[in-house]
Structure formats: structure tokens, C-alpha cells
Design a protein around this ligand. Structure first.
Ligand SMILES: Nc1ncnc2c1ncn2[C@@H]1O[C@H](COP(=O)(O)OP(=O)(O)OP(=O)(O)O)[C@@H](O)[C@H]1O
Ligand SMILES: [Mg+2]
Length: 600
């Protein structure tokens, strides 16, 4: 019931809308119930000939007035209650998005995008239904039921009422079981839908790979299976709903039949008059909807509560990486002295696999640390830990002597400009992509950063230059252009005139750039950043990193070698063999190019 308390917070904010809506609803019901009584009176007056034209007109005018009240009331309850439900949906959606964006990487690793998206669409929709339509139906049904029953008993006959509602009671009992079955089927339907969206999302994101590996057929087949599954699950829901209707009709028919028989008998006996008999038949008709509504309510309440539970579950998820009690709020800027102190780390979802083991390094402000190693050796893990995508034990990483956890998270991330290995461009203009996250979004600053990252010339050639919109994941750019755009984005933070970030991390950010351009970018960095800012470069090519102050060679998470270019060459280990291999490749390439020139 925690989810109800959660929903109550939102409902409380709109209590007056609900109050007005329910008042309007009550008015409509109340007026509705009196209409048959008036009709009954006209009929009686006409049969007894006690009613003259004037009297009849008076009643007709009253009925017309009632009609007007009903019309206004119906507009009122829709306006207030649907309005409140829509507002709550919007507020909840906003809160959910805000909360989700605070959650840690660990959470996103564990949850599929499709599932998360389903919370924003399906679940919010059924919560909206619960707080809108279902509130109305439940209230309306109860009020109608009570008012109509009271009218039937007081205006007509308690005995006849009992006979008429006995069959209708079966509907209510049946509804209970119907609701239970429906809930299960709805859940299955929801899951099928979620996996379907997931599949579509994944195959659209991966369409290039699918095409390249000619897997369209297989994907289509898998998709067809999912679609079939979704259809089956939907049909199971529909089938149950479809069965419900005829059964209802049967019961309603029985009830009407009994009323006609017994009511007719009572009228012949003179216990009730013709007006009452006619009114009573209207009442039985009016009872049918509330009785059925109970069934609808049970299903949409159970569905809405399940959705509310799933949404609440997200809110219960606590961000793991937050400013803790140890946070020292006096730290507002960093200089950039990084120290890894016997750093040992395993990812939370795989606690048994040590990804980094006993890595110790000290980088002074202004120095460059290069990290080299085979793929999977733990290079990218170091930057992730520095920006606290994951937490490590106390004291294992310090910046300027502060343990990472004592630095306010905002300050830490503001002070580190990072080009992640899997760079990402938003579906937006290049200018906005490069200025992303910077306070200064002016075109001059963007151009300056782009020049440093050696991407300006490319961009200048595009017809729309910096206003070029890059598609989802930057599909219109080559991977080298994408990489350099990401570098420019980081340089907005780390190399622009008013840039504040003293630490720059390039995670394999030059891999798709040719060696000449790479050299130019590195030279630019050195000139602009001067010698008081720290740089960490992860790379595979020795040419990228040979000028670094420290070179860390990782092998399976352990420090294989550590030192400067010269020291490592002298020690004749992994670095030396890599160096020799790359020298040889370079030699071969150059020979090949020369050979090519001679052939011309
Ligand atoms: N989010 C994650 N959860 C669990 N394990 C992970 C995660 N990210 C990386 N790993 C694992 O940690 C190890 C080191 O990964 P890392 O990304 O640091 O390697 P890398 O040296 O950067 O490799 P590459 O040169 O290919 O970029 C790998 O074995 C990888 O499978
Ligand atoms: Mg990596």
C-alpha cells in the first residue's frame, strides 16, 4: 500500500479539482434519479385525468431544467477530474524523469531501455486512467447504485426491488473473479508489449549491424514472433472481455423478465400503480450500468495499482552515487593532482571479477598520464571511476589530496572534461552538441574549441556549418568526425579561455583520427592547456602517448609497467614489444607508399 501513499501526495495537490468534480458528478446522478419519478407522475396524472395541460407543462419544464443541469454537471466532472488526472500524469512523468536521471550507471546497466520507456507510456497511462476515469466510474457507480436503490424501495416497493436485484448481485460476485483473471492477463499483455518495444528499439539502434550481417530476415522472424506473442496476449484479454458481455446480457435479461412478471402481478393486484411500474422498469435499466461498472473498476483499479507499484518502485530506487555525509562543501575547485592508491575494483554486477588490481599512480597538476594496454585490460574503467560513475573504497582515489567521495559530485564532474570511448552526439546542431554542458554557448567559443580539435575545417565545409543537425547518434558524420566533435565538446570545458576544468580525459578519443591530425590536436592541447592542467590519455598507439610524463601499461587490470617512454623502452617489456611492432608497421606502410610513388 506504499504506492497508495505515494499517489496520495499527488492527489492531495489537486484535492479541490476532485472535490468540484465529484460535486458535479453527484449532482448529475441525483438529478438523473428523479427523472423517472417525474415521468411516472405525468403518466399517473394522465391516466387519472388529474393533470391538465398547464400541470403537464410545468413537469416538462422541470425535466428540461434537469436536462440542463445534467449537461453542465457532465461537463464539470469531466473538466475537473480528467484535468486533475492529466496534471498528475504530467507531474509524475516529470518527477520520474528527474529521478531516473539521478540514478547510477549500475541501475541503467540492469534495466532495459524498453522497460524504462514502458513506464513512461503504458504505466503512466494506466495511472492516469485510475486517477481519472476510474475515480469517476467508482464514485458514479456507488452513488447511482445507492440512489436508485433508495428510490426503488421508497417510491415503488421493497419486495419488487429485492426480486429485481437478486440476479444483478450475481454480476457483482462474478466481477470479483473476472477482475482476478483479468489482472493476470493484463500483466502478461503488458510484458509482451514491453518486450516488443524493446525489440523494435534495439533493432532500430542496431540497424547498421543488422544490414551489414544480412540479418534482416532473422530479425524479421524474431519480430514476427514477438508481435504474434503480443497479439496472443491481447486476444486473451479480449476473449475474456468478450465472454463477459453476453453473460451480462443474460443476467440483465433475467432481471428484466422477473421485474416484468412480478411487477405486472403487483400492478394487477393494485399494490403499485402504473406510473410506479413504468418508473421501476427505468430504474432496473439504470442499475445495469453501475453493476457492470463495478467490474470495469476492479480491472482498472488492479491494473492502475500494478502500474503505480512499478512507478513507485523506480522512486524507491536510491541513487548510489551521491554527495554523502563526508562531503566537504568547502571544496569548490580542483587543481588536478590525481592519485590512485592501490586501486582495486570490480563492477557491482560482477563482484568476483577484479577489473583493476592494486594500481598506484600519482599525477601532478599539469602532467600527462597515458594508459595503454590490451583491450579489456581496464583502461576505460579508470576514467569511469574518476568521474564517479562507480564508487571505490575510501582512499583509493584522491584528487588534490581529497578522497573522491569528499568532493561534491557537482564540483568533481565540473572539473573533469571527459571524452568517453563510446562518444555520443545528440540529434541536434553541431553547435549545440559542442556547447553541450558549457555555460558559454557562443559561436566564437565553439569555433575555438572546434579549431583545437581539428574539426573546424570539416564543419566549415558543411552547407549549414555549425547549424548542421547530426542525426541520432550522429549518423551523418564519419567516426573520426564524431570523435573530434566529442573532443571539441570536452575542450569547451577544458581549453576555452574561461574554461574551468583542470582535468581532461581522452578515452581512446583519437583512435579514428589519422596520425598527422592526432599530432596537431595533441600539440594544440599542449599549447592551450599550458603546464598546470592534468591530462589523461587512453590509447593504443604509442605515437599518441610517447610524450606523456607517465605511461601506465595495464595487463588484465594489473600494472604491467610504469614509467616514461624512455624508461619503458629500456625495460624491454610489453611496451617495448608494442613499440617495435608499431615501428615495423609504420616502416612497412612508408615503404609501401614509396613503392607506390615509384610505380607512378
Ligand atoms: N559496466 C560494466 N559492468 C561489468 N563489467 C564491465 C563493465 N564495463 C567493463 N567491464 C569489464 O571490465 C573489464 C575492463 O573493461 P574496460 O572497458 O576498462 O577495458 P578497456 O581496457 O577500456 O578495453 P578497450 O581497449 O577495449 O576499450 C572488461 O573485462 C569488461 O568486460
Ligand atoms: Mg576502453
Amino acid at each position: 500500500m506504499k504506492q497508495l501513499k505515494f499517489a496520495a501526495r499527488y492527489i492531495a495537490r489537486h484535492w479541490w479539482q476532485y472535490l468540484l468534480g465529484i460535486a458535479a458528478l453527484y449532482m448529475v446522478d441525483w438529478v438523473n434519479v428523479y427523472v423517472p419519478e417525474f415521468t411516472g407522475r405525468i403518466i399517473n396524472g394522465l391516466t387519472d385525468r388529474t393533470l391538465d395541460m398547464q400541470g403537464a407543462m410545468k413537469i416538462v419544464w422541470m425535466i428540461a431544467g434537469m436536462g440542463l443541469m445534467i449537461a453542465i454537471g457532465r461537463f464539470g466532472w469531466r473538466f475537473f477530474i480528467f484535468g486533475a488526472a492529466r496534471s498528475i500524469e504530467r507531474e509524475m512523468r516529470g518527477d520520474m524523469y528527474g529521478h531516473l536521471s539521478k540514478l547510477s550507471m549500475h541501475y541503467f546497466n540492469r534495466h532495459k531501455t524498453g522497460d524504462l520507456m514502458a513506464h513512461f507510456t503504458n504505466d503512466l497511462m494506466s495511472v492516469r486512467m485510475l486517477l481519472g476515469m476510474t475515480v469517476i466510474t467508482a464514485f458514479d457507480a456507488t452513488v447511482m447504485l445507492v440512489l436508485v436503490l433508495v428510490q426503488m424501495i421508497t417510491y415503488v416497493s421493497p419486495k419488487l426491488t429485492l426480486v429485481a436485484i437478486l440476479p444483478l448481485l450475481i454480476i457483482t460476485v462474478g466481477d470479483f473473479f473476472y477482475g482476478k483473471m483479468m489482472h493476470k492477463r493484463f500483466k502478461a499483455r503488458q510484458e509482451a508489449f514491453s518486450s516488443l518495444t524493446d525489440q523494435v528499439q534495439e533493432s532500430i539502434s542496431g540497424i547498421r549491424v543488422i544490414k551489414a550481417f544480412v540479418q534482416e530476415r532473422k530479425e524479421l522472424y524474431a519480430f514476427a514472433l514477438s508481435a504474434q506473442n503480443a497479439k496472443d496476449k491481447n486476444l486473451r484479454v479480449v476473449r475474456l472481455q468478450a465472454m463477459m458481455m453476453p453473460i451480462m446480457d443474460l443476467i440483465i435479461g433475467a432481471s428484466t423478465l422477473l421485474t416484468l412478471l412480478y411487477g405486472g402481478y403487483l400492478a394487477i393486484q393494485g399494490e403499485i400503480d402504473v406510473g410506479q411500474f413504468v418508473a421501476f422498469n427505468s430504474y432496473v435499466g439504470m442499475l445495469v450500468w453501475p453493476m457492470m461498472a463495478v467490474g470495469e473498476c476492479i480491472t482498472s483499479i488492479s491494473q492502475g495499482l500494478a502500474s503505480l507499484g512499478r512507478i513507485h518502485h523506480i522512486f524507491e530506487e536510491q541513487p548510489e552515487i551521491v554527495d554523502g555525509q563526508q562531503t566537504d562543501h568547502d571544496v569548490t575547485a580542483l587543481k588536478g593532482e590525481i592519485r590512485l592508491n592501490h586501486l582495486t575494483f570490480a563492477y557491482p554486477d560482477m563482484p568476483d571479477v577484479t577489473v583493476l588490481e592494486d594500481v598506484s599512480v600519482t599525477v601532478k597538476p599539469g602532467e600527462t598520464l597515458a594508459i595503454l594496454g590490451r583491450t579489456g585490460s581496464g583502461k576505460s574503467t579508470v576514467p569511469s571511476l574518476l568521474v564517479r560513475l562507480y564508487d571505490v573504497a575510501d582512499g583509493m582515489i584522491t584528487i588534490d589530496g581529497h578522497d573522491l567521495k569528499t568532493i561534491p559530485l557537482g564540483v568533481l564532474r565540473e572539473n573533469i572534461a571527459c571524452v568517453p570511448q563510446d562518444n555520443f552526439l545528440f540529434s541536434d546542431t553541431l553547435q549545440n552538441n559542442i556547447a553541450f554542458g558549457s555555460a558559454d554557448k557562443s559561436l566564437e567559443s565553439v569555433i575555438h574549441a572546434a579549431e583545437l580539435a581539428c574539426i573546424h575545417d570539416n564543419i566549415a565545409e558543411f552547407p549549414e556549418q555549425y547549424q548542421t543537425v547530426v542525426g541520432e547518434r550522429g549518423v551523418t558524420l564519419s567516426s573520426g568526425q564524431k570523435q573530434r566533435s566529442s573532443i571539441a565538446r570536452a575542450l569547451m570545458k577544458a581549453a576555452a579561455p574561461q574554461a574551468s576544468a583542470p582535468i581532461l580525459i581522452l578515452d581512446d578519443a583519437l583512435s579514428a583520427v589519422d596520425t598527422d591530425t592526432e599530432r596537431k590536436i595533441l600539440d594544440n592541447l599542449r599549447t592551450v592547456r599550458g603546464n598546470d592542467r592534468t591530462t589523461i590519455i587512453v590509447a593504443h598507439r604509442i605515437s599518441t602517448i610517447q610524450d606523456a610524463d607517465h605511461i601506465l601499461v595495464l595487463d588484465d587490470g594489473k600494472v604491467a609497467e610504469y614509467g616514461t617512454h624512455e624508461e619503458l623502452l629500456a625495460s624491454d617489456g610489453l611496451y617495448k614489444s608494442l613499440f617495435d611492432k608499431q615501428q615495423l608497421e609504420k616502416q612497412l606502410r612508408e615503404d609501401h607508399e614509396e613503392g607506390g610513388e615509384q610505380n607512378v
